[in-house]
Design a protein around this ligand. Structure first.
Ligand SMILES: [Zn+2]
Length: 336
């Protein structure tokens, strides 16, 4: 008989699933050159392509042990509804983090006003989809949009996800426009609270991290993507020191493997500190599961099983399996 160990399913709290199409394409010399290629890919998307391709890629997530995903979506409302269908087909729980985009990017990303964006949110919620609010970034959303979206999120009790501090240039532009750094602007505009998840925070300074800790906000780290894009090192130890909850995301989907994301987090902390076992294994696994669910506002999500007969667990004592998952296994050891 096949022996199994059941764990809470892993939760992918940040995915732009269409970017899976870019896997293997080098995409230029820095983040901004990669972004140009990403925009070309985004512009190729249609409701039909999202419905068919996302089903394939959600199945890839499912087979890697993710049982729920937060789709940070900026391709348009019809495509959001198509993503909902694709997730249902693939058997993964989905929260659509609908992006507000006031300026920059492509025309298809943008709404005419914050009210128009919130109207899209209402339409999506009325369809029965699980929805969170995602002001894309301080780059894409003017301050008055952030104020309107923050107010709506609090009034409706919805999760709010926002990219911040991924690249130094974004911080420089924010300081030039607003006189404060991105997370400081989020605090000033009412976008920072216990239901807020800041994605990346790679270059956040101590004051910005203090603001997150003060309100009980969390941070979503996407280390395989952050490595691929040359973003920098996630501030793992600074987050831990402040007790800021951490969750994980596959983001650009250059790699889809929750165990690798968690291994990267611990690896970053070990390289930086010269110590081992910086994050207890149980805590790391909770970053991969319960913290992601909390970030998406999910109370329940499916479990996964560990295939104890998998070759990567040969010779591993049962009591050492959780640690071995994080240190030595890939997501293919996890099954629905
Ligand atoms: Zn992202």
């Amino acid at each position: 008989m096949t022996e199994r160990l059941t764990l809470p399913g892993f939760v992918n709290a940040h995915s732009h699933t269409f970017q899976r199409a870019l896997r293997g394409r080098a995409g230029g010399g820095d983040f901004w050159a990669w972004r140009d290629e990403m925009l070309l890919e985004a512009d190729r998307q249609s409701p039909d392509s999202v419905r068919s391709d996302y089903a394939v890629w959600y199945r890839e997530m499912r087979s890697a042990g993710y049982t729920a995903v937060g789709e940070f979506h900026y391709l348009g409302l019809a495509e959001a509804l198509a993503a909902v269908e694709a997730a249902a087909e693939a058997g993964i729980d989905l929260v659509v983090l609908l992006a507000a985009y006031g300026r920059g990017g492509l025309p298809r990303f943008r709404q005419d006003s914050a009210d128009a964006f919130l109207g899209q949110v209402d339409t999506l919620r009325a369809s029965g989809a699980r929805v969170g609010l995602a002001p894309h970034s301080v780059r894409a959303c003017p301050a008055d949009w952030l104020e309107a979206i923050g107010t709506y999120a609090v009034a409706e009790g919805l999760p709010l996800h926002v990219h911040a501090d991924e690249q130094p240039r974004e911080i420089e532009e924010c300081v030039a426009e607003h006189g404060v750094r991105p997370i400081e602007l989020l605090a000033r505009t009412g976008c920072l609270g216990p239901a807020t998840t800041v994605v990346h925070a790679t270059h956040a300074d101590g004051h910005e991290l203090d603001l997150l800790a003060d309100v009980g906000a969390r941070v979503c780290l996407c280390p395989t993507t952050e490595a691929d894009l040359g973003d920098g090192y996630a501030p793992v130890e600074a987050l831990l020191a402040r007790g800021i909850p951490i969750c994980i995301g596959s983001d650009s989907n250059v790699r889809i493997d929750p165990l690798e994301e968690l291994r990267e987090l611990e690896g970053i902390a070990r390289r930086a500190s010269g110590r081992r076992n910086v994050i207890p294994v149980e805590t790391l696994l909770s970053f991969g599961a319960a913290e992601g669910a909390a970030a998406l506002g999910l109370d329940r999500w499916p479990d996964v099983s560990v295939a104890l007969e998998h070759p990567s667990l040969a010779g591993v004592a049962r009591s050492d399996v959780p640690s071995a998952l994080v240190s030595g296994c890939s997501g293919d050891v996890l099954t629905g």
